[in-house]
Design a protein around this ligand. Structure first.
Ligand code: HEC
Ligand code: HEC
Ligand code: HEC
Ligand code: HEC
Ligand code: HEC
Length: 367
């Protein structure tokens, strides 16, 4: 990792001279610079959607389409949030996007204020001195307001991703559970940095979501798929009750602090099938995911739509369907991050195998 090597060279150079007091981040602000000392945090982050936010093939294929249909300013809006360049040279959402964030101009559309001249925000407030950076305790860092600044979209054009608004209306928010509580779970105790000795509570920086790790080796992709499946299984419950002549299937959002799916819901697909002897006998009896529409016809891309049919399930809500099938059966909830019609419209059919179909729940009824 050349950025790390550069940082270590920088560290050696710095050790030879006294650090001018008050000078911010003398060792650099790129994620790779932080990774020279915070290796575990760096490795988790490097495999996360935040590290890849500027180079997903879906985003890359959408940008020319956005520019052609909605214009260059819309394209610039996409890029300014997915590749904000908060540290010169950082590709995606790097460490300083969160740890040097000082506040926002508005709780939406990426209007974040990042100030590299301020000490690095963290949870502790009693960390030992480091040559690399001063530290401060930062309440903004762990707040939904930070996440929501980028995870609440009111444009461009038909793009609406109201995750922060959904969160604020959720049972989780009413109980004081934050985005960070669910998305940066406890990862045990260890020293924070390679040159530190005090064990401290740390949080996972994998930022597990729906998106696949594009281009990952098969083993890594399988591990990521299992983490996504487990997260989706936590979000949704599936119940099957027998009644006269059939079953009643209920899907409920019991575990997410926002709608499911949230965010880029216009790409997502979650559906319930009924199977007998391993064969689907009733397909898609319940479906979650937004559908871009042109008049009364579903279209694959937002850029080809004139409205969006919202199909996500709010936090705490449920949806039910009745299926008139008697005898033993299995009800299966499946999910996929990007629909096939979207991949085809973007010329990405060749990468369809990288987008796994997750089997989230399977309920068997023998009666
Ligand atoms: C204000 C910030 C912001 C802007 C502007 C924005 N996005 Fe996103 N985008 C996000 C966030 C946050 C997610 C993650 C939500 C999720 O995964 O459901 C996301 C997810 C995505 C995804 C799915 C993940 C991936 O990269 O494959 C695509 C594709 C995407 N955006 C494309 C676009 C396009 C095209 C535009 C411009 C028309 C755009 N975005 C504008 C914040 C933004
Ligand atoms: C030269 C090594 C080094 C580099 C480079 C470095 N750090 Fe640190 N960092 C440390 C040490 C040492 C501590 C204190 C550990 C302790 O006392 O437990 C620390 C503490 C932290 C903390 C906890 C602060 C608190 O009080 O809660 C955060 C967050 C952090 N660093 C983030 C970063 C980020 C982001 C970068 C890159 C911009 C970075 N670090 C670069 C060595 C480094
Ligand atoms: C999307 C936002 C975000 C990004 C990106 C991010 N962090 Fe964090 N980080 C957090 C939050 C939130 C906490 C926990 C704050 C709290 O508990 O008060 C945290 C905590 C930490 C801590 C303290 C120990 C712990 O695990 O709680 C360190 C050290 C740290 N991050 C380093 C890094 C480094 C290094 C990078 C880049 C490789 C990075 N972070 C990227 C949001 C982020
Ligand atoms: C500077 C903008 C920014 C901030 C701040 C930010 N995010 Fe993100 N986040 C993004 C973008 C852009 C993506 C889409 C990455 C992609 O998949 O292409 C994303 C992706 C994610 C994903 C993965 C989504 C998926 O479907 O796989 C999760 C989970 C997530 N963010 C949670 C958080 C949390 C929790 C916080 C606050 C601690 C946070 N983010 C702060 C911009 C941001
Ligand atoms: C109570 C726990 C909880 C809270 C609070 C919570 N989330 Fe989630 N989040 C989940 C679960 C479970 C999933 C998996 C279901 C899903 O993909 O929608 C998820 C999925 C996501 C995704 C993947 C997007 C997708 O495709 O659906 C993003 C992005 C995200 N959360 C961001 C946030 C942000 C930003 C906040 C705060 C404003 C937040 N979450 C608050 C539990 C939580």
């Amino acid at each position: 990792m050349s950025a790390r090597f550069a940082s270590i060279v920088g560290l050696v150079v710095l050790l030879g001279c006294a650090r001018p007091s008050g000078e911010p981040l003398p060792l650099g602000a790129r994620a790779g610079d932080c990774g020279a000392c915070h290796e575990d945090h760096f490795d988790e982050w490097a495999g996360s959607p935040h590290a890849a936010s500027a180079r997903s093939p879906v985003l890359e294929a959408m940008l020319p389409e956005v520019e052609a249909v909605w214009g260059a300013r819309a394209r610039d809006a996409c890029v300014s949030c997915h590749a904000p360049a908060h540290a010169p040279g950082d590709e995606g959402i790097g460490c300083v996007s969160c740890h040097a964030a000082a506040g926002n101009h508005a709780e939406r559309d990426g209007a974040l204020v990042v100030d590299l001249a301020r000490p690095i925000a963290g949870p502790f407030g009693d960390t030992g001195p480091t040559l690399a950076h001063a530290t401060r305790r930062g309440a903004f860092l762990a707040s939904p307001s930070l996440c929501g600044t980028c995870h609440e979209l009111t444009g461009p054009n038909l793009v609406r991703e109201p995750t922060l608004t959904e969160y604020r209306a959720s049972p989780a928010a009413a109980e004081g559970i934050t985005c960070a509580d669910c998305h940066l779970p406890d990862a045990g105790e260890r020293p924070l940095a390679s040159d530190a000795t005090t064990p401290r509570r740390v949080r996972s920086h994998r930022f597990v979501g729906f998106d696949p790790p594009w281009g990952a080796a098969p083993e890594e992709a399988a591990a990521a798929a299992e983490r996504t499946r487990a997260l989706l299984a936590e979000a949704l419950s599936l119940e099957v009750e027998r009644d006269a002549g059939g079953v009643r299937v209920t899907l409920a959002n019991v575990g997410a602090g926002h709608s499911v799916p949230t965010g880029a819901a216009f790409l997502r697909d979650l559906w319930v099938d009924v199977e007998v002897d391993g064969v689907v006998v009733a397909a898609r009896v319940l479906v979650l995911g937004d559908v871009p529409m042109r008049g009364d016809t579903p279209v694959p891309l937002l850029t080809r739509a004139d409205r969006v049919e919202v199909g996500s399930l709010p936090a705490g809500a449920s949806r039910a369907a009745r299926v008139a099938i008697e005898g033993p059966l299995e009800v299966v909830l499946r999910g996929r991050a990007v629909r096939d019609d979207v991949l085809a419209a973007l010329g990405l059919e060749a990468r369809a195998a990288e987008v796994p179909t997750h089997e989230i729940h399977r309920v068997r009824r023998a009666d």
